[in-house]
Design a protein around this ligand. Structure first.
Ligand code: CA
Length: 393
């Protein structure tokens, strides 16, 4: 008998225990952990003020050993092994409002799916090799905009920008006409590293606190005109949505798998002794209809390699750094994690609720969910990242 009822088959059993920041009845935001369909107020339940804060950062900064201890303490409390009255610290998940779980320090976005990078290469550069010569030697990424990372449920205003199709005589300005999504996984750094040092692949498990779902909203027309030579800028920076529940890396042990074979072998700093591929299955729903099932296990570069690469030049890292994987696409059409790929640049519409669709219209709502194998033999869930498109202002 657990101290909190966990429904049979729940994706939020004791083998998950994701952390988030919630508010209840207009109260101040604080840290909670999700158990079944309930949220446990950790400041109340564990009597520790580090959880009476509007972000996970102070707790994350305490480090890996502390994360293990707290997870153990929560497990004992919820399973009924430890004495304590948790009833006063429990809220139904339907009655709380979820907030952005972390104060985002820096934000980096990668491009780690070979299938996605190859498809985008064919679409953006039809007369060239789909993969650039560096792609299999380093995880390609760019620095994004931390200040526009928003929590699931935040409306997305259609961005304005410049665009120019190849045959247009001059660029024009207006609301984006090719608004898209990118289904990704994001990794949150718990403890950082000083300027002038780098983080080896094998420190990933100690430093990364957990993972969230990411929707990297993308304005393809703005992106296509601006991205040469310095990469994505305004086509990406208007909004990036993340899921409110941070699934601890400690809950993903049963999901670990090798990455696909890496040939050529990467340079030594990108080789770790531990496999950090992850068997996480995503679903993208467009106005409630599932349209794609991106498999994270197909990602070429692991998140441990991404962390090693982003710090190998001595760049400092900080608590609250977020780095996303890049669009997750598998080899099959129905596994593509962006609509530009799924509809092949808009030339092959897909049917959504009976209508042929390519890019996003005002009012559209996108929801991304995911599950992974849990330590208990069942599945654990990431919850969802959801957002609705509002007309341009
Ligand atoms: Ca992206």
């Amino acid at each position: 008998m657990t101290a909190i009822v966990i429904p049979e088959g729940s994706l939020f059993g004791l083998d998950n225990l994701p952390y988030g920041v919630f508010s209840h009845a207009g109260g101040a935001p604080r840290v909670g952990v999700r158990v079944g369909d309930s949220v446990l107020d950790l400041a109340e339940a564990l009597g520790d003020e580090v959880f009476a804060r509007p972000s996970l950062n102070a707790f994350m900064a305490q480090g890996h050993q502390r994360w293990v201890q707290v997870r153990q303490a929560i497990t004992e409390l919820v399973s009924g092994e430890a004495t304590g009255d948790v009833a006063a610290a429990v809220y139904p998940v339907a009655e709380v409002r979820m907030q952005l779980p972390i104060a985002v320090a820096d934000y980096v976005d990668y491009y780690a799916s070979e299938h996605h990078a190859s498809n985008l290469g064919r679409l953006f550069r039809p007369n060239a090799e789909p993969l650039m010569p560096n792609w299999k030697h380093l995880p390609v990424g760019y620095h994004g905009r931390a200040g526009t990372v928003v929590v699931s449920g935040t409306d997305i205003v259609r961005p304005h920008g410049q665009y120019k199709a190849p045959d247009d005589p001059a660029p024009s300005f207006g609301p984006c006409r090719r608004l898209d999504i990118e289904a990704e996984l994001g990794f949150i750094l718990g403890t950082g590293s000083p300027l002038g040092t780098s983080v080896p692949c094998d420190e990933f498990g100690d430093r990364v606190f957990g993972a969230v779902l990411v929707n990297d909203w993308s304005a393809r027309d703005i992106q296509a005109w601006e991205y040469v030579p310095l990469g994505p800028f305004l086509g990406k920076s208007f909004a990036t949505s993340i899921s409110p529940w941070v699934v601890p890396l400690l809950a993903l042990e049963a999901a670990r798998v090798p990455t696909p074979e890496q040939d050529p072998q990467p340079l030594p700093y990108l080789r770790g002794s531990q496999p950090w591929g992850l068997d996480i299955a995503l679903t993208v729903s467009w106005n409630g209809q599932p349209v794609s099932h991106p498999p994270y296990r197909e990602m070429y570069w692991s998140p441990a390699q991404m962390l090693a690469h982003l710090s190998v030049n001595g760049a400092a890292t900080r608590t609250g750094d977020l780095y996303a994987s890049g669009t997750i696409s598998g080899p099959a059409k129905e596994q593509r994690g962006a609509f530009i790929e799924l509809t092949w640049g808009g030339q092959e519409p897909i049917e959504v609720n009976g209508e042929p669709r390519t890019f996003l219209l005002d009012g559209d709502e996108i929801t991304i969910t995911a599950t992974a194998p849990g330590a208990g033999g069942g599945q654990i869930g990431f919850g969802e990242v959801s957002g609705r498109v509002l007309p341009a202002h």
